[in-house]
Design a protein around this ligand. Structure first.
Ligand SMILES: [Cu+2]
Length: 127
């Protein structure tokens, strides 16, 4: 009998205790920026996409943050990430917006997110 009561309470809570509270206004602008079609890297949660990219000397590469999730972004949960290169160049730690770097010297430029470490890493090859 006691087990039956507990189950009923748990089921009621599934439908009755959820937070909700999201507004129905349109998603705020500036959240989740699409990367440029050319030389863009999307910064999503725990993944740089594409993780590796090859560009010509003199190319500007732009990282665009796409790390907000939620109910049409109104109940936003935006996770902060950054771009930290092994050679010391670093973006801000942020959850929206873009960061660009122009590569003027050929070479391989590994980078990672300081928050998520090696699990969130990428590389730019410049030639
Ligand atoms: Cu990260």
């Amino acid at each position: 009998m006691l087990k039956q009561v507990c189950t009923t309470v748990a089921v009621a809570c599934l439908f009755g205790c959820g937070g909700g509270g999201y507004s129905t206004s349109p998603p705020p602008s500036g959240v989740n920026t699409p990367p440029p079609a050319t030389n863009g890297v999307s910064v999503t949660n725990n993944v740089f996409s594409p993780a590796s990219k090859t560009v010509a000397v003199g190319t500007e590469v732009t990282w665009a943050w796409n790390s907000c999730t939620g109910d049409g972004y109104n109940g936003q949960m935006c996770v902060s990430h950054n771009v930290v290169f092994d050679d010391g160049a670093i973006s801000g730690l942020m959850d929206q917006g873009t960061y660009s770097r122009t590569f003027t010297v050929a070479g391989t430029y590994p980078y990672h997110c300081a928050v998520h470490g090696a699990a969130m890493s990428g590389s730019i090859t410049v030639n």
